[in-house]
Design a protein around this ligand. Sequence first.
Ligand code: ME8
Length: 511
Amino acid sequence: MTKTIYITTPIYYVNAEPHLGHAYSTVVADVLTRFYRLLGYETYFVTGTDEHGDKVVQAAKAACETPKEYTDRISSLFQNTWPELDISNDYFIRTTDEKHKNLLQYILQKIYDAGDIYFGEYGGHYCFGCERFYNEKELIDGKCPDHKVAPQFLKEENYFFKMSKYQDWLIEHIQSHPGFIRPERYRNEVLAFLRDPLEDLCISRPKSRLEWGITLPFDNNYVTYVWFDALFNYLTAVGYPDSALYYKFWPSVQHLIAKDILKPHGIYWPTMLKASGIETYQHLNVHGYWNIDESKMSKSLGNIVKPLTLKDKYGVDAFRYFLLREMVFGLDANFSESALINRLNSDLANDLGNLVSRSLTMAIKYFNGVVQKPEEALEIDKKLQEDALKAVQEVTAQMQELAFNKALIAIWGFISSINKYIDETSPWSLSKKEDQRKRLGTVLYNIIEALRIITVLIFPFMPNTAKKIWVALGIKEDLCAQRLKNINEWGSIKEGTMVSKIVPIFPRVKQ
Ligand code: ME8
């Protein structure tokens, strides 16, 4: 049976335009999805926008628009950005979609009927920026740790989800499923949080102070708290409760988020699923934060990095490569344009770009681009084949651990092996000896074979570049149909294949 994987990004708030952080999560999800396709999995990949709540109402007011006009406009900015970054999502979800509203009301009713939602009064410190209540312990010097302002004390009648009931189950589940929340530091963070008694979750907001939300099916005076609404997007997107997509993909769901939203995903979400009688997710993959020139990216600092500006300046693939190569998944990283330029010039223009152009140039110069029949392999040829196999194995292992930077290091290790092979076999010297024609043909065959493997390996990271190289290699089979398990079978390129010239794939950029 074909294996499946369902990958999600957070659904982004529409109170900000797409920035570097959103682009990172979405590119990572795309690279992972493409990689699993290479492994032969059937994949489903979803991203979207989170459109209810007070923040959105405030942002719409500031823009002199109705919430509907405002959310339509910003959501389409997200929808239009992703194709430009070669994001191959299967579905884009909006929490204002009718389908999502219906699902949420169905689920709320289900949890309410099962007795896990109750009505009660609560007094607490409410941060309007976060749209949630804080307890004393969570505040720092009496202020919200995120917004650095003192929250307002609010006493209100509301609906509550019996989250506390599922605390022991959640602790047990995390402990018995080591990769449930990863990397480990975030798993430990959630477990540390669970050492204190879990409070029930306030899941409603009275319409008297917030109208822009999904009405509770059992009380018309209230809308649903934005997190209780947003998390269920992951189910709406696969057509819960009765679609074939849901049955096929839900058991293999993996979420991808940054550390800022660990608590809702690590605690609220699994308990909400448990209460709904739905199997919980396979993995919560948590990455760190991009800082800009060593400081936090924020509107007030005026240092928001726009992904499309970088794409226009450096090309989509250089941008994607940089993001995945520079950040260690799980840790924070620093973004600077000069670091991006350095990577572009050294890894892409120098290492990969030069290898591709020198190899194709030699094949054209010595054999008019026609791939020759290889002779029996010598030791040095066998070593190149072994390096190819090692690279494929290493990339496969690292990708499954989300170690994207290490996977790329392994690919670039193989690029060095090919360059070394070229230097040691010295095709230009062989070309001068008439009796070495066959050997020269074999050496070039091996170089082109190695390039074929490199092209398939970089495909998830840099789909555009891979397609260009694939065309220049003259391979007739579809690049998208390649599978990792057989790409390292040496000898796939057929003799007689015609390679062609390629314009420099990564022109150097001045600092
Ligand atoms: O939290 N570095 O939406 P959001 C890396 N709507 N990633 C970053 C980042 C940075 N500096 N800044 C943002 C929400 N991100 C909710 C989610 S999901 C059911 C609801 C990315 O627009 C990262 O993925 O604030 C982070 O988790 C997400 O954007 C937060 O997006």
